[in-house]
Design a protein around this ligand. Structure first.
Ligand code: AMP
Ligand code: GLY
Length: 425
């Protein structure tokens, strides 16, 4: 089989690595890819939003399956373009990717189908939002409706902060058209857990749990980022939590989308908060998480290509997922200054230490080749260093040891990824 992967981050590197393990696959392409993915796949210079060029490429090169990693092309309808041309593609259509593409849509869906989530109101007028805030309890949470690179959520402690937030989102359009509408919701407290799942329109299969660290600095200080590190499984995702989510959240979401005439095929990522009143949905994503994927896929036993195909064909009920009884930790090596301002173009040393080593992975997030063919930094998040271990403590020690094998100018990492594990022991 020939497989095309669309995207260029650590998530797509992890997907490409897992696809490369499938005995069914002879050749992998990635558009546009990065310097790490280039070791496993032929990288093609087509952007993720160039739908017709991607479909042309898939047709001309007789690609058997295209896997879309990123949210923007999914919400933009890349799957519809591929399907209209008779090309096999893994991911939700535009009308289903709206589960991530519009927070107002996903909140209304949860309300209609009684899926537990924070209480909320939707606004498309700044004046009405400001009026509502006058009686809203603080803290409160403001969310731009559309995609905003994971940055469209503001947690406001005071009325003044919240009023300024409404103006940023709706009047100043800080997040562009994503702020044409907004959600104002109840502030919840509790531990966060990420749960990824495969869905074929009807059947859902849950992957092992994980947890992201979204803030830039230790102790969850600093700005929100795309994710500074992850661990899997989450010890807080107990059997009891799992049973509750299976009963009230997972299948209910898939059934709701089907009932709305928007059958969902692809990955649903459930961002959950374990509150005092039980697990609630913080958000849905319509794709693999980044960097959750970097800790979940190395633990997965299945041939991922078989699972992708079962989702496309609607035969997921015939597949059971299996995960190793171990743990994984991913520490993101970033460029100092991320997520605000950072430099690029520095040579990366030490990558050879990972070659051929089982259980230690350097997933590339923002890397490229310079004119001399050296691998250099090319983004805020540069590498996701993932290590396996018998348990979370061991995986964490292994990941931090492996993070030291790598050297580049302005290298920055959080030192407390997975530290919450210590609270338990
Ligand atoms: P989201 O993109 O919706 O997952 O929001 C980003 C982050 O904001 C989440 O991971 C939470 O840490 C936080 N967050 C979102 N919604 C709420 C809420 N209702 N209460 C408390 N924190 C929230
Ligand atoms: N790690 C969070 C996300 O992928 O949105």
């Amino acid at each position: 089989m020939k497989v095309l992967i669309v995207g260029s981050g650590g998530r797509e590197h992890a997907i490409a690595w897992k696809v490369s393990k499938s005995p069914k696959v002879d050749k992998i392409y990635c558009a546009p890819g990065n310097a790490g993915i280039a070791e496993l796949a032929e990288c093609v210079k087509i952007g993720a939003m160039e739908f017709d060029r991607l479909a042309d490429f898939a047709e001309e090169n007789k690609i058997d399956l295209t896997v879309i990693g990123m949210d923007d092309p999914l919400v933009g309808g890349v799957v519809d373009v591929f399907e209209s041309r008779g090309l096999r593609v893994f991911g939700p259509r535009g009308n289903a990717a709206v589960l991530e593409g519009s927070k107002a849509f996903s909140k209304d869906l949860m309300k209609k189908y009684h899926i537990p989530t924070a209480a909320y109101e939707v606004f498309d007028d700044a004046g009405e939002a400001l009026e509502y805030l006058k009686t809203a309890p603080m803290p409160t949470v403001l969310k731009a409706d559309g995609l905003a690179l994971g940055k469209g959520v503001l947690i406001c402690n005071t009325l003044e902060e919240a009023e300024a937030g409404v103006r940023e989102i709706m009047t100043d359009k800080k997040f562009g058209t994503a702020g044409n509408k907004m959600v104002i919701e109840e502030f919840m407290t509790g531990r966060e857990v990420s749960v990824l799942s495969f869905v074929d329109g009807t059947t859902i299969r849950i992957m092992t749990s994980s947890q992201d660290h979204k803030r830039a600095m230790d102790g969850d200080q600093g700005l929100n980022t795309g994710g500074m590190g992850t661990f899997s499984p989450s010890p807080f995702y107990t059997e009891e939590v799992d049973a509750f989510c299976r009963e009230h959240i997972y299948q209910a979401t898939v059934d709701a989308m089907k009932a709305e005439g928007r059958p969902f095929k692809g990955i649903i990522f459930f961002g959950l908060m374990l509150t005092g009143q039980g697990p609630k949905v913080l958000e849905y994503n319509a794709r693999f998480g980044d960097p959750e994927t970097q800790v979940v896929l190395p633990r997965m036993k299945n041939d991922i290509v078989e699972v992708f195909e079962a989702c496309v064909d609607g035969t997921l009920d015939q597949i059971e997922l299996a995960f190793e009884d171990n743990a994984a930790v991913c520490v993101v090596l970033a460029s100092d200054g991320y997520p605000v301002k950072y430099e690029k173009g520095f040579p990366i040393h030490g990558l050879e230490a990972f070659r051929g080593r089982e259980g230690r992975y350097a997933f590339h997030a923002g890397t490229t080749f310079d004119a001399d063919g050296n691998i250099v930094t090319n983004g805020g998040r540069v590498l996701g260093i993932t290590a396996l271990g018998g348990d979370l403590k061991e995986a964490r020690a292994n990941a931090y040891a492996a993070a030291e094998w790598i050297d580049f100018q302005n290298k920055y990492m959080r030192r407390d990824i997975g530290k919450a594990i210590d609270d338990l022991t």
